[in-house]
Design a protein around this ligand. Structure first.
Ligand code: ADP
Ligand code: MG
Length: 482
């Protein structure tokens, strides 16, 4: 059939044979329309494409094949091709099975003797490509919506630090407008407080190595300079080849959470202070009795005694130390990280708790490394931790016993162990320790361990708890030394 028609179009053309073969074997469906738009010839690929045999195809009008919405458009394109202007467009046809097929259609005018004799219609199935595009578009839309409508501020940065985009939550939280931020270098923006620049360098190194960062607590600045506690998470953005081209960074605002944590920490301190008050009163009664005795003695002797004064000064110093410790517990303190001697801190805590241990028949055995061990810490917070552990140990030994406190240096770490001979902790409770309000005591708060763990984490330390029923419990803390 094709043969005949091409003969009809131009029986003189010598190249005809090769054209014929090209059309016959063309992988795309090829139709030849005559000047009136009627189908004159078609190749086997049309049959493959549409599901109709060539005979079936020839018996039908072309319009049956085209999606009704595309009919008008297709007619216009063919009209233009019949006027000599090649056309390319996408259209939808209906396969014999009833399924729609996306076709990329090319209409090429057949020009013979300066006249349009017909049109080649070359249809290529692009359904798979369309579906892929559709899928990609839908994934992209989902991602877009996920980023844009996320309640957490998100920014996307290129590998060199240039900001690619920020979402609405970022704009609302940090106060920068998108156009003030996008295109800028993240290093030039006042987002990172000076004291966090070193930490940021470290994070950036991690990120460049292709690692994710999940939930790093840090501080970022708003446009107005206000500080915000944030939980930073970051994951690399990869290109098609799997190479890192940038990062998406989420900065969850945890300022409120931090505030309530600090309140809880303060609350716990106050409770402990209240619980210790009886012991402290007891502790200062003894030196007070001594002081009173010496004063009465000097009054009676009506003379001034150098020796008494020395002892009195010592006793006063002890009272001062203990009351200061108690005050430290009950007053809110601005957190202050400095280098301090760990052993000194422990000794001050022991002074405060001395009476408490004696009243409970506890023998305190200290086993400290000689010399000092410097750690970068907030002195008051560490005291809070040590008081918690000593109190817990005392409470675990209602009948009295030994409490050993060890301090060792192990490589880059200081290890502090509180080893008691108390009741121990059952296996099933070990996992629950440190959950707020988990307590087995009638008057317990269940906050001590939680607060202590939090403080230890803030000091980049770790806590290990090991315990055996009826034998005792060991609380082991590691702190990096300076
Ligand atoms: P609280 O002391 O108010 O109960 P904590 O958070 O300090 O709260 O401790 C939680 C629980 O952990 C305690 O109730 C107790 O059951 C257990 N625990 C903590 N330390 C010890 C210890 N040294 N020996 C035995 N049990 C302990
Ligand atoms: Mg406790």
């Amino acid at each position: 059939m094709l043969n005949q028609h091409l003969n009809m179009i131009n029986s003189h053309d010598g190249r005809l044979r090769s054209y014929q073969s090209a059309i016959e074997n063309h992988p795309d469906g090829v139709l030849i329309l005559d000047r009136d738009g009627r189908c004159r010839e078609l190749n086997p690929a049309v049959s493959e494409l549409t599901g109709y045999t060539l005979e079936e195809f020839c018996q039908k009008k072309l319009s049956f094949l085209i999606l009704p919405q595309d009919l008008e458009k297709t007619r216009n394109h063919i009209q233009l091709a019949l006027r000599g202007i090649p056309q390319r467009y996408d259209m939808t046809i209906i396969h014999k099975s009833g399924l729609p097929l996306h076709i990329q259609m090319t209409n090429v005018p057949i020009i013979l003797n300066h006249e349009v004799a017909g049109v080649f219609c070359i249809g290529r199935d692009i359904t798979a490509r369309k579906q892929l595009e559709e899928q990609q578009r839908s994934v992209k839309q989902q991602l877009e919506s996920f980023i844009e409508n996320n309640v957490d501020p998100i920014l996307m940065v290129r590998e060199d630090g240039k900001v690619l985009r920020v979402n609405e939550s970022f704009v609302n939280t940090f106060g920068w407008k998108a156009n003030e931020f996008v295109g800028m270098n993240v290093f030039d923006l006042h987002l990172i407080p000076d004291e966090k620049k070193g930490e940021f360098e470290e994070l950036a190194r991690e990120m460049r190595a292709g690692n994710k960062i999940i939930g790093k607590e840090t501080v970022r600045l708003r446009k107005d300079g206000g500080r915000m506690n944030v939980l930073l998470s970051s994951s690399p953005i990869l290109d098609e080849k799997g190479e890192v081209t940038g990062w998406s960074v989420t900065l969850r605002d945890i300022t409120e959470k931090k505030k309530s944590e600090e309140l809880l920490l303060q609350e716990e301190k106050l409770l402990v202070a209240g619980q210790l008050a009886a012991g402290v009163a007891h502790e200062i009664r003894n030196p007070l009795t001594a002081l009173k005795g010496f004063v009465q003695l000097m009054e009676k002797e009506k003379s001034y005694n150098e020796q008494y004064l020395g002892i009195m000064l010592e006793e006063l110093k002890r009272i001062e130390l203990i009351t200061n410790e108690l005050l430290m517990l009950s007053k809110p303190q601005q957190s202050q990280f400095v280098h301090k001697n760990l052993i000194g801190i422990l000794q001050e805590v022991i002074a405060l708790l001395g009476a408490q241990t004696i009243m409970n028949n506890i023998i305190l055995l200290t086993d400290f490394e000689t010399g000092s061990i410097q750690v970068h810490c907030d002195r008051n917070q560490l005291k809070q931790v040590f008081i918690n552990f000593i109190k817990n140990a005392i409470e675990a030994m209602p009948g009295g016993g030994n409490l050993r406190i060890q301090v060792r240096k192990q490589g880059a770490y200081a290890v502090i162990r509180f080893i008691d001979e108390g009741c121990g902790i059952p296996q099933e409770q070990l996992a629950m320790l440190g959950q707020p309000f988990f307590t087995t005591k009638e008057k317990g708060t269940g906050l001590g361990l939680m607060v202590s763990r939090r403080i230890i984490e803030n000091h980049h330390g770790t806590l290990n708890i090991s315990s055996e029923i009826g034998v005792g419990t060991t609380m082991e803390i590691f702190f990096p030394v300076c």
